[in-house]
Design a protein. Structure first.
Length: 79
């Protein structure tokens, strides 16, 4: 059922890879100073958030040195 392929009915579809347009697209608009500043601020905010989460999260990932010692409650010290 899928082995038989029909020819392409339109010649322009078959030759689409060879088609060259003589129409040039309009030039890209330059970014304004406000847009560029906004992009920089967005990038700096993202980087600052990643660095901040790393700085805040690093102490939680380090092994706790007090875990080696048996913990005693304050109530047991007041005998």
């Amino acid at each position: 059922m899928f082995g038989r392929r029909e020819p392409v009915p339109f010649a322009f579809v078959a030759e689409a890879d060879r088609f060259r347009s003589n129409v040039t697209p309009p030039p890209r608009e330059r970014s304004t100073a406000g847009q560029m500043a906004g992009r920089w601020l967005l990038g700096l905010t993202i980087v600052a958030g990643l660095v901040g989460s790393l700085v805040i999260g690093t102490p939680a990932l380090t092994p706790d040195k007090t875990a080696d010692q048996p913990q005693q409650s304050q109530a047991s010290e007041r005998r």
